[in-house]
Design a protein around this ligand. Structure first.
Ligand SMILES: Nc1nc2c(ncn2[C@@H]2O[C@H](COP(=O)(O)OP(=O)(O)OP(=O)(O)O)[C@@H](O)[C@H]2O)c(=O)[nH]1
Ligand SMILES: [Mg+2]
Length: 302
């Protein structure tokens, strides 16, 4: 099965539950209060969040007045368009710095290490020289996990002793990346709850230390969010954005999500682009996020 059909499959799971009902609600009936109530309920169930939902509905109500729409199916394409405008077209990534340093952050189990392996495989295949830094010194198995991926892809992994300072490992990795003329250094960090003050302070330190190893680094800070966590992902994103300069989001486990609407909220409320979508556990199960395909995939007419 191609990654595109898996992507569609993942998205159709999203569309099956919440957003998938939109087509049946927006039938040929007359637009009335019930239409708006039902639409609101669906958007909230799909994890768009109250603010984004309200803003989408306000725009649709205004359009309905100005365009003189009376049938609810007239709302369908406007809704898709409205949702699309809430997704930022991801910037193209060129990695001109030598090396470009990417710091990967997120809560426990969101998919950071797996995503790094997938990205390493992707960038390796496009001819980039990659080095990985295993700055998750918190969990004993974490270094091994990255090392297994490194061995499989024939990519070097810089690690420290268990429970050593994550900042020191990140520093060594970036330093080694510079010395060896690497194109990209990706630094894996330990999962941390966004509500834990000390752990967020530690992350700020890793971020600072990387900048000492190479001025201007990290050039990218990518926040890995699990698509199945719904609205909580928004709180996570906000906290990580406050702590370190998050430049983009990677949405993982879209293959297991039945909602996915927080993609709109993340971008609408935080202004962060979604760069990649994770659709499974294997290295090839990652693809650049395509906003048009996303909206087309999750809202389909019956
Ligand atoms: N279905 C699915 N599973 C995924 C995806 N990405 C990661 N996983 C799984 O999620 C689990 C956690 O992945 P990890 O990469 O270890 O997550 P992590 O963020 O590094 O975890 P910690 O380092 O413990 O914080 C693993 O079982 C992965 O195989 C995805 O896109 N789809
Ligand atoms: Mg990990």
């Amino acid at each position: 099965m191609s990654i595109f059909s898996r992507w569609r499959e993942g998205l159709s799971r999203t569309s099956k539950s919440a957003l998938g009902q939109i087509a049946s609600i927006l039938g040929a009936s007359e637009i009335n209060d019930e239409t708006w109530d039902e639409l609101e309920m669906i958007l909230i169930q799909a994890d768009l969040g109250i603010d984004t939902t309200t803003s989408v509905l306000d725009t649709l109500k205004r359009l309905t007045r100005t365009e003189g729409w009376t049938r609810s199916n007239e709302l369908f394409s406007a809704l898709k368009q409205e949702l699309r405008t809430r997704l930022i077209t991801p910037p193209s990534l060129s990695f001109t710095e030598k090396p470009a340093v990417i710091l990967v952050v997120g809560v426990n189990g969101s998919g950071k290490t797996t995503t790094i392996a997938k990205l390493a495989s992707l960038y390796h295949a496009s001819g980039h020289k990659i080095l990985l830094g295993a700055a998750d010194t918190f969990r004993a198995a974490a270094v091994d996990q990255l090392q297994v991926w490194g061995d499989r892809l024939n990519i070097e992994v810089i690690s420290g002793a268990p429970e050593s300072d994550p900042g020191a490992v990140a520093f060594s990795a970036v330093q080694a990346g510079v010395a060896r003329g690497m194109d990209i250094v990706m630094v894996d960090t330990a999962g941390r709850l966004h509500t834990r003050f000390n752990l967020m302070e530690e992350l700020k330190k890793v971020n600072r230390v990387v900048g000492k190893a190479l001025s201007g680094a990290p050039h990218h800070v990518w926040l890995v969010l699990d698509a199945t966590t719904g609205q909580n992902a928004l709180h996570q994103a906000r906290s990580f954005k406050d702590a370190v300069n998050v430049t983009g989001v990677i949405l993982t486990k879209l293959d297991s999500s039945a909602r996915g609407g927080m993609a709109f909220a993340i971008q609408h409320e935080l202004g962060l682009p979604i760069l990649y979508a994770g659709l499974g556990e294997k290295p090839e199960d990652l693809m650049p996020f395509n906003p048009d395909a996303f909206v087309d995939g999750i809202i389909t007419s019956n």
